[in-house]
Design a binder for this molecule. Sequence first.
Ligand code: F6P
Length: 325
Amino acid sequence: MSEIKRIGLLCSGGDSPGMNCAIRSVVRSAINANLEVYGIQRGFSGLLEGNIKELDVSSVGNIIQHGGTILQTSRCPEFKEAETRKEAAHILKRKKIDALIVIGGNGSFNGAYTLHTEHGIPMVGIPGTIDNDISGTDYSIGFDTAVQTAIDAVDKIRDTASSHERTFIVEVMGRKSAAIALHVGVCTGAENVVLPSENVNVEEISNDIKRGIKRGKNSSIIIVAEGEKEGLSHRIQEQLKADFELDSHVCILGHIQRGGNPSGQDRFIASGMGYLAIEELLKGNNSFVTAYRNGHVVAAPFDECLEKKSEYLPQYINLVKTLSI
Ligand code: F6P
């Protein structure tokens, strides 16, 4: 592998709190090692537009505490096309960028890794998604902050729910991921959690609510992962009313979960990942993910981190149900 002098850096897919910490860490670690860093705005779409400019030490000053990403991000379905990737490789070569660092989820990693295998561009993936659903890494940047944001919201909803003796169906993010819903369910004392992969058993939800009321509870919270088909929470609400004569309110938390100041955990892990990205590239590792395993940031082979985590976590459902009896 020829010597690396210039590094490209982009964010891809949904933004997540802590991406700025990773950007800051990559830029400062690289400059400290006498490398140049080029920030690519708006993800792979921006790369194709040539939206690239050099970052210096002060361009990442005062960003560690901010959510979102100063580089902005995008979803770029065209990147699944070989011709598009060829064009991206040309642009990187024209700009003399020797290696690319991509902060994003497993969809972004698939695009990045294919670009590496097809065109030989050294490639690093930094896990960044609130969904924490990338295989091969225990953690992805943003998850802790997103969970805390949702917990804060549900705690507030619980205040009004118990004042009015109401049931609330609270929808959290996770089109294909159960992680936020399960964590929020456990941490807010929810009565039930509906996962994205499940056929919803509204009768069971109704039984849980009625059992609670019978033993003197004055509110119920059902956490629903958004799933792929919009409107799930409202469908559950309608069915609870029609089939079980239960009134409920729906609150969809939506994108507030993606914003906000990153937590200490997100800042710490993102900073470690950015640093390791540069350290490993300089050692000659030309294709890896800065994975979090057993409490440490390590370089993991890309192909272990391309899938969505598929583990189903029934013990957390049981935990939610047991603790809310
Ligand atoms: O980034 C992950 C995520 O926030 C998922 O939890 C959610 O399902 C999806 O992105 C929403 O994406 P968009 O903002 O593009 O609608």
